[in-house]
Design a protein around this ligand. Structure first.
Ligand code: 1VU
Length: 628
């Protein structure tokens, strides 16, 4: 029996013993006696345990003699700077900032919104929150004011932390105007905004705003606060099928247990080694594998403020691996595709010594076999696709660099991670046979680390995830399991799309577009894209008496999606059509339009209202170069 099979069978024999043993890796103030508690379909792990997250992430490593080791390395080709913080430095920075939070009146359980670029202070802020038991909610910098406002209203923070600017290739993004616009839009008004001034663009502070340096100056360092294992550590919002984001709650004890287990068994990492997740702290990958997991197990983590290409060239990732002796790199397939496009022969890699790298992990979207095989040939290390979600917080399907690698099957996300009981179901909740595509669902309970609920919205949690297949968590993905247990993810079963590893709601884009005075109706679909995986394309029906040229309106719509949702929405294509295809009951046939745009075979539903509209759509798509 391989190590993987042993892990699976020991988890199946007793999930509670399995996770109890994993929890022993953490430093607890009170080790839990109730490992799994069930209340109807809501489960909680380690309910009577108490611990401090921050002690586990920083203090215990300092006490164990790792004070001098690099904990966080900030590498920014955008500023040209590299700064390294040891565990001692991290302890000093985080306890002082935590003291400043206290002085500002932030208590255990209070929320702090962090809307910041990839700078060390953003990581200090996350850790300072967990030092005093405050709940952080990081908002990705690529979201615009309206999205920030929605999150502020739901999380009702005492403080908002931001920076004067973010740095994107070729442009400086001023954050303060976005923050001010968000605060105008939000009903909730935080007590204070704290702004980190960056030299590339200083913000004008308003009365009541605090400058980051002054805010922390003279603050009494704060000690770790012990929390219940089930207390919230953070809330991270993810796109819902409507324009309202969902506040995924992460608890302390379950999350840290799962992360610690994953670092050893999935990623094969040990204390003292360097781990690099090339993502953003605004995403769950950034939370789990830039900040929490590497520090939890005493690794060095890289905070990279740059892109895979253009900062300065497609050798950027290989340079970082050499400079910081990265053992494991985690990135999104879209980053690989961008590098491959610029440097198909991989000649930039030859300039660097990447021999420290043992594994490359991919997630955020499906890894296309071409890119996976290309990277494998280039780097000569296992390239492992794996699958998880903001909701799960850590991998659910993958392969096991630590426990023993199983063969990689390009195109598949891998095998179920122990703790996750995957099933493929049809709409009548019946189990499908190996190879048959259906709803990918996980039998309850979910393992530690996964969302126990949505922020202040248990009903929403049930409705979104637990009602489609009673007794199961619905992933929202369709897929199949082959006869060797490998799981392949095929598509979403809802209206979410994945653009460059960013999960976006087409419903939210439709909401913005339909607010335009000249738009009668619209539908947004995700169309395959060779680099970003998918790109949104909007079909609009303009009012018969629409004033102005369709071209001008299209430009206005693109600009308003960028302004209202943010540049990551990446809407670049709007197609004006006379009518949208619908069923007789009025449902827009988005799936049919998507297949047409992608050049895939399709059968229009028998309930289609008017077949001729499909010809009009085909013509409109053809005029725009689709299918590509
Ligand atoms: C497993 C669980 C999960 O799935 S968690 C989610 C995991 N996903 C990820 O980690 C995301 C992976 N993707 C990326 O890191 C980026 O897309 C990479 C590959 C680096 C490419 O970046 P980029 O060239 O900027 O393209 P993009 O599509 O991300 O950006 C589109 C426009 O948005 C902008 N943008 C991006 N980030 C920010 C930011 N923090 N602040 C302000 N603006 C931002 C970009 O500049 C770009 O703008 P523009 O349209 O070119 O003007």
């Amino acid at each position: 029996m391989s190590n993987y099979e042993q892990l699976i069978s020991s988890w199946r024999a007793s999930p509670e013993d399995f996770w109890k043993e994993a929890a022993e890796q953490l430093a607890w103030d009170t080790f839990p006696t109730r490992i799994l508690q069930q209340n109807d379909d809501i489960y909680r792990w380690f309910a009577d345990g108490t611990l401090s997250a921050c002690h586990n992430l920083i203090d215990r490593h300092v006490k164990a003699g790792r004070g001098d080791q690099a904990a966080l390395v900030y590498d920014s080709p955008m500023t040209g700077g590299v700064r390294s913080y040891s565990y001692d430095d991290l302890l000093e920075e985080v306890s002082r900032l935590a003291g400043a939070f206290r002085r500002a009146g932030v208590e255990k359980g209070d929320r702090v919104v962090i809307y910041m670029p990839m700078v060390p202070e953003a990581v200090f802020a996350m850790l300072a929150c967990c030092r005093i038991g405050a709940v952080h909610s990081v908002v990705f910098g690529g979201f615009a004011a309206r999205e920030l406002a929605k999150r502020i209203d739901d999380a009702t923070p005492k403080l908002v932390l931001s920076a004067s600017c973010g740095l994107e290739p070729g442009r400086v993004v001023a954050y303060k105007p976005l923050l001010e616009e968000a605060l105008q839009l939000s009903a909730h008004k935080p007590e204070q905004c704290v702004i980190l001034q960056r030299p590339e663009h200083e913000a004008e502070l308003k009365e009541g705003d605090a400058d980051w340096r002054q805010f922390t100056e003279g603050a009494e360092p704060a000690d770790c606060v012990v929390t219940n294992a089930t207390d919230p550590l953070y809330v991270l919002y993810t796109s819902g099928t409507t324009g309202v984001p969902k506040g995924v709650v992460r608890d302390v004890g379950g999350y840290l247990t799962a992360l610690s287990w994953s670092m050893e068994q999935i990623y094969g990492m040990q204390a003292g080694e360097t781990y690099w997740a090339a993502s953003d702290i605004g995403w769950v990958v950034g939370h789990s594998y830039i900040v929490y997991a590497p520090l939890l197990v005493g690794c060095t983590t890289i905070l990279y403020e740059g892109k895979p290409i253009g900062t300065p060239d497609p050798g950027a990732f290989w340079r970082v691996i050499e400079d910081h002796k990265v053992k494991v790199l985690f990135t999104a397939p879209t980053a690989l595709r961008a590098i491959k496009k610029e440097d198909p022969a991989g000649s930039y890699k030859e300039k660097y010594d990447v021999s420290s790298l043992t594994h490359l992990f991919l997630a955020g979207e499906r890894a296309d076999p071409d890119s996976l095989i290309w990277a494998h040939k280039l780097l000569d290390v296992p390239v492992i696709d794996h699958w998880w979600q903001t909701e799960t917080g850590w991998p659910a399907i993958g392969n096991f660099a630590g426990a023993g690698l199983k063969p990689v099957k390009p195109g598949s996300a891998g095998l179920a991670v122990p703790g996750y009981d995957f099933h493929v179901l049809n709409k009548w909740h019946e189990e499908l046979k190996p190879g048959e595509i259906g709803d990918l669902a996980i039998r309850l309970p979910l393992p530690p680390g996964c969302l126990p609920t949505l922020w202040h919205n248990e009903e929403g949690f049930r409705k979104s995830y637990l009602t489609q297949h009673p007794g199961y968590y619905s992933t929202g993905d369709a897929g199949f399991i082959d006869d060797e247990g490998y799981i392949s993810i095929m598509s979403r079963t809802d209206d979410l799309i994945n653009v460059a590893g960013h999960r976006l709601s087409t419903g939210a884009m439709e909401e913005v577009i339909s607010n335009h005075a000249q738009v009668a109706e619209c539908a947004v679909i995700g169309v395959n894209d060779a680099i970003k995986g998918a790109l949104p394309v909007a079909f609009v029906v303009l009012f018969a008496d629409a004033e102005g040229e369709a071209e001008t309106i299209e430009k206005e719509l693109i600009a308003s999606v960028r302004h209202e949702i943010g540049p990551v929405a990446a809407l670049k294509h709007v197609i004006a059509v006379k009518r949208l295809p619908k069923t007789r009951s009025g449902k827009i046939l988005r799936g049919t339009m998507r297949s047409m745009a992608n050049g895939e075979e399709f059968t229009p539903p028998a309930t289609i209202d008017d077949h001729t509209i499909l010809d009009e759509i085909e013509q409109a798509l053809g005029a725009e170069g689709y299918p590509q």
